[in-house]
Design a protein around this ligand. Structure first.
Ligand code: AMP
Ligand code: MG
Length: 483
């Protein structure tokens, strides 16, 4: 399908066959388009206007391959809930690296059939979870958060069997790359320093060419990835996003959010919030995410040790410094982000206390995380009871007094708050409703939700339907991976 403008390179295979297996996606009986991301297609210089819907469905299901694609599944390892396992793409095929004028992007099918890394899995995906990834990843992008993107979802025309039979689907994922912390762990386990070196060189070439002239490339990469992950987690904390499965195979070197499984956005603020049905210990709870990111960076550091220095003690010391510094970097960035949420410019010694007092008050009063910051930004507190309590009123006096110390003008402060605090997020009860209707073949509400989430910082009357909290019978306490 030359006419779609795919411009593939397949450089991942230059890493050597230890890192992948060449194989074709499994054919599916009756693929049908569910959603195509036209804006993303345009951004990628792709053009599907010259082919029929059927041809598109064949393309995005893997039934027909675009010219230049050399599909492969990647090998990687990963700590899953703390335990190291050999993994790999159990249900994904990388078609190739699509080269645009600006950048190179991995184009990958997910849910596209069994691979040598499938273990006991069927290699398939259900429509609900693939649409969940589509909705949330595109929402994250519109919120200005680094993420893999979703180009298309097709239904496959076959059923996949989980607790019950479900409609099958395939997602087309677009990523800066699919190199994960787990890819480095995989290379380190092989005990062949050449493999590790090859992966390091490949990663630097792909993501960090500026590090080419650094004296210690492995250390420089570790430092860069740590900083980028700190940025990413600060973004997640800013919007109340809970990833749900922060295993090391689900952390990219590019700093993009990846693998939307049982992820969700928090409604009422509570740091222990967990949605994932498989996270019974709360390892990946909202408030634990920074610590887990640091833990994952420590695993990346371990994998890189042999490349940092030939003297193991020296290597450990150098890596440790970066791992330990992660929390300092994170906390500084987090404070800056919270200041922006509260419209505080400059720095004041009591800022941290002002922020934590608000969060504690929110926790005690089950205040909605998104709406509270939005209310603060618009200075409308009327109808909610908890804004009338004494604790909030005295906090507000302190907050206004602190704002008066701002060096920037009022207008700039309001703009900052509006651009930091979303007006709308994909609330779990809305997402679940849309997924249920989609499974029944009604996609109208999916398109409506996708439209709403495209401009999340701009207040508008038609958003109100999506800004409210779930009614008691709509509350979603658990989300499922659906793998
Ligand atoms: P995840 O939790 O989605 O990041 O997946 C963890 C691992 O399980 C990865 O190696 C996936 O490729 C694999 N996996 C997930 N679902 C399936 C499935 N249905 N069939 C085969 N492998 C799967
Ligand atoms: Mg994964």
């Amino acid at each position: 399908m030359k006419e779609c403008n795919f411009n593939f390179q397949n450089t991942y295979s230059t890493l050597g066959q230890e890192f992948y297996t060449h194989l074709h996606p499994a054919p599916v009986p009756m693929p049908e388009m569910v959603v195509l991301n036209e804006a993303l297609a345009e951004f990628l210089d792709l053009d599907f206007s010259g082919i029929t819907s059927q041809q598109k469905a064949a393309l995005f299901s893997g039934n027909s391959l675009p010219e230049g694609a050399e599909p492969l599944s990647q090998a990687y390892a990963g700590h899953q809930f703390g335990h190291l396992a050999m993994l790999g793409d159990g249900r994904a095929h990388l078609l190739g690296e699509h080269v645009t004028r600006a950048k190179k992007y991995d184009i990958q099918l997910k849910g596209s059939g069994r691979t040598p890394y499938s273990r006991s899995g069927d290699g398939k995906a259900a429509l609900g979870p693939m649409l969940r990834e589509y909705i949330i990843s595109e929402a994250m992008h519109s919120l200005g958060i680094p993420t893999t993107r979703s180009l298309a979802v097709v239904s496959s025309g076959e059923q996949v069997f989980r607790e019950s039979p479900l409609p099958g689907a395939i997602l087309t994922r677009v990523a800066a790359s699919h190199i994960r912390v787990g890819t480095f762990q995989y290379a380190a386990i092989q005990k062949d320093i050449n493999l590790l070196q090859r992966l390091l060189d490949f990663t630097i070439k792909r993501h960090e060419p500026q590090l080419n002239n650094t004296e210690n490339k492995a250390l420089a990469l570790l430092e860069t990835v740590a900083e980028r992950q700190a940025d990413l987690i600060v973004h997640w904390m800013r919007v109340g996003f809970i990833h749900g499965v922060m295993n090391t195979d689900n952390m990219t070197l590019s700093g993009e959010t990846i693998d939307y499984g049982p992820c969700a956005f928090m409604d009422a603020y509570h740091p222990d919030t967990v949605f994932s049905s498989i996270d019974q210990m709360g390892r990946y709870a909202y408030g634990n995410q920074p610590k887990i990111a640091q833990w994952n960076i420590a695993r990346l550091a371990e994998a890189l040790l042999p490349l940092i220095d030939t003297n193991p003690d020296k290597s450990v010391k150098l890596a440790e410094k970066i791992v330990l510094n992660f929390m300092n970097i994170y906390e500084t960035k987090w404070l800056d982000m919270m200041r922006a949420k509260l419209g505080l410019s400059g720095w004041h010694k009591d800022d941290e206390k002002l922020i934590s007092d608000l969060l504690n008050w929110m926790d005690k009063n089950q205040a909605d995380y998104t709406n509270t910051f939005r209310d603060l930004g618009m200075a409308v507190f009327s109808e909610k009871n908890y804004y009338k309590n004494k604790e909030f009123k005295s906090w507000k006096v302190r907050w206004i007094a602190r704002q008066q110390k701002n060096k920037t003008n009022n207008e700039a402060v309001l703009r900052l708050m509006k651009n930091t605090n979303p007006a709308v997020i994909p609330r779990n009860h809305n997402v679940e409703k849309v997924l249920k209707l989609s499974e029944e073949g009604n996609f109208k509400y999916l398109f409506k939700l996708l439209e709403i989430l495209k401009d999340p910082y701009k207040e508008a009357p038609h958003l109100s339907e999506y800004q409210g909290l779930p009614e008691p019978d709509e509350r979603v306490y658990q989300t499922f991976c659906g793998t």
